[in-house]
Design a protein around this ligand. Structure first.
Ligand SMILES: Cc1cc2nc3c(=O)[nH]c(=O)nc-3n(C[C@H](O)[C@H](O)[C@H](O)COP(=O)(O)OP(=O)(O)OC[C@H]3O[C@@H](n4cnc5c(N)ncnc54)[C@H](O)[C@@H]3O)c2cc1C
Length: 571
């Protein structure tokens, strides 16, 4: 044996020796659904606004596919996760989180780019509407949580709430910190509600708030899940002597420069979203400010804070899932088995197409939803909780399928971002409301006549032109039968039946709106063109919705049509 080990016959180059993944691509430029959403929701913008917005989103697409992808990978390695530093060198309590250089750089790049605060940038001369804001959120999530997405969601929620219910003094004091151009606080905001006794039932909070003579509130208690502990957070507590939950703002450092009265107990050992820390905190006479009217704590929490986080979970899940689909499709172009590329096996191609169809539907519906939120359309009351539930659970399904598409390499943490994306997706299913809680909120909204009418009007408007196009006959017939099933359930089934079947009802509500969305996308094209790729998406989605993802595929459906199957995968 006098040859070098790399000459060993078993180490010869093989099919994926030169596989380099997706880094270096502009993730906006390779995303047709996102580009279409951006183009369609900005149809009425002034031309200079539209052009500036597209350039800004495209610029972020390059960062996400390049330096941010690299920093995210580097900051998710042992030794690079954040740590709690409880004391300084003299033994004084500081309860501070220290992140790796890669993590802080990653936060700074996105913050300075304006993903949460472009409207605070002096150089930005246009509005910062939802389509722009959430296109950036979606792109950021292509790298998974990354330690940035959850903090972004919470910071966005605080900014929104400050604008809506903050006093003039609170706006003046805190907006420059959490949203100001050049602020050194890069998404360092939190929302602490959950206690040991439970997160779903906020009324069970045991933390007590007592009003001090100076108008501030003193809180004693604990919070059990505190993600992204930083400069400022929103919290809840029971107002002393009552059963009312108030909402408060807590700065980490008091006006006199001292650490505000709290202790971080420990960092939680979480399975995902590890780029940022989640800790447990004791409130030991922490000084807080009332945020909105104290008696409106729960209402304000839902209306301003949780609403924004749930929107972020929906869009974030779309981003997670999209990266899963991208990784699987890319890998399948390289990997061979039994003498051919794995994507040449029809069963494998079917799996890729299903992922693509589900993910693209999520993207269109989530962007529809944020447009409706902006227009204050009542259907958003259904869509916000619905999409929080459905997008996060589908992202877990899609990222798991993507892992399977890569075989053993799918499981390996330094081969692709898939294991991290999958773990992040699982977290998204729970925080800001478990499935059973969020589908309850969805059912509650559906049971309000005005809200359900708004939902019906939405899906009817989206689907109305589809009847004119024979290519959409099958999708349209599934839409009509599922929509009438939903109406029948809400009109005729008992309260008990609806309660126990709330997840089924949410799935049905989602399927109807997702299919209506595809019908609209296809009809939009068919008005001016002979064919639309969205006809295949609509018919494919209809099949998955009608028969289920695991059922045999229809003999005359898109999955058994090689051209359609290929077009969906290559989309
Ligand atoms: C990584 C991570 C980060 C988090 N970060 C934060 C944070 O920053 N701030 C914060 O406040 N919280 C945070 N959370 C907490 C999260 O919001 C809660 O875990 C969640 O709301 C559920 O609360 P719980 O864990 O106490 O479960 P429980 O409320 O005890 O629920 C247990 C089970 O009972 C079910 N259940 C409860 N009520 C009902 C009902 N009425 N009907 C049917 N089923 C029901 C739930 O669906 C669940 O399956 C975080 C969680 C995780 C995992």
């Amino acid at each position: 044996m006098n040859h070098h080990i790399s000459d060993h016959p078993s180490l010869k180059p093989y099919d994926i020796s030169n596989y380099s993944g997706l880094r270096g691509k502009n993730f906006y430029e390779i995303d047709r659904a996102l580009q279409r959403a951006v183009a369609r929701y900005s149809e009425n913008f002034a031309p200079d606004h539209k052009a500036a917005m597209e350039a800004h989103i495209k610029g972020y697409g390059e960062l996400v596919g390049g330096v941010l992808d690299e920093l995210t990978e580097k900051s998710h390695k042992e030794g690079k996760y954040g740590e709690v530093v409880k004391f300084d060198r003299t033994g004084k309590r500081i309860d501070q989180i220290v992140y790796s250089t890669e993590q802080t750089q990653s936060r700074k790049i996105s913050y300075d780019y304006g993903v949460v605060n472009l409207d605070f940038h002096s150089s930005w001369k246009h509005p910062f509407p939802n389509i722009h804001r959430y296109a950036l959120t979606y792109l950021m999530n292509l790298n998974g949580e990354g330690g940035v997405a959850c903090p972004l969601a919470m910071t966005d929620g605080i900014i929104y709430a400050l604008k809506q219910i903050g006093t003039d003094r609170q706006k003046e004091k805190y907006l420059p910190l959490v949203a100001g151009e050049g602020s050194a606080s890069h998404f360092m905001a939190g929302q602490y509600v959950t206690e040991r006794v439970g997160g779903s039932n906020v009324l069970a909070n045991r933390t007590v708030a007592k009003k001090a003579e100076n108008g501030k509130w003193i809180l004693v208690g604990e919070k059990w899940f505190c993600s992204n502990p930083g400069d400022l957070w929103v919290t809840t507590a029971k107002i002393e002597g009552t059963n009312t939950i108030g909402m408060f703002l807590v700065p980490r450092i008091k006006e006199d420069g001292e650490l505000n009265g709290h202790h971080i107990l420990r960092k939680k050992d979480i399975i995902g979203s590890r780029g940022k820390l989640t800790v447990e905190i004791i409130y030991d006479n922490v000084e807080a400010e009332e945020f909105g009217r104290p008696s409106h704590g729960i209402v304000n929490l839902i209306k301003y804070i949780i609403k924004i986080s749930r929107i972020h979970v929906g869009l974030g899940a779309c981003g997670n899932a999209r990266r899963g689909v991208m990784e699987a499709i890319e890998y399948a172009k390289w990997r061979t088995a039994y003498g051919k590329k794995v994507n040449q096996f029809s069963s494998y191609a079917r799996s890729l197409a299903e992922m693509q169809i589900f993910q693209t539907a999520m993207t269109f519906v989530n962007f529809r939803s944020v447009d409706l939120v902006e227009k204050e359309h009542l259907a958003a009351e259904v869509l916000i909780p619905l999409l929080k539930y459905k997008s996060s659970s589908q992202a877990s399904w899609i990222t798991q399928k993507a892992i399977l598409c890569l075989g053993g390499n799918g499981i390996i943490g330094d081969f692709s971002p898939l294991p991290r994306l999958h773990n992040d997706s699982i977290i998204n299913e729970t925080w800001e409301g478990t499935h059973l809680i969020v589908t309850d909120h969805c059912l509650h909204a559906l049971q309000k006549n005005k809200v359900f009418s708004a939902y019906c009007e939405l899906v009817e408007t989206l689907s109305k032109d589809a009847k004119s196009y024979p290519a959409l006959n099958y999708a349209n017939s599934v839409f009509e039968s599922k929509f009438s099933e939903l109406k029948n359930i809400l009109e005729n089934e008992s309260k008990e039946w609806r309660e126990i079947n709330r997840v089924y009802i949410a799935d049905l509500t989602y399927g109807v709106v997702a299919l209506a969305e595809y019908l609209e996308q296809a009809s939009f094209d068919l008005k001016t063109k002979k064919e639309s790729i969205y006809s295949d998406f609509a018919n494919g989605y209809a099949e998955l919705f009608q028969l289920g993802a695991d059922a045999p595929r229809k003999k005359d459906g898109v999955f058994l049509n090689p051209e359609s199957l290929e077009a969906i995968i290559q989309y």
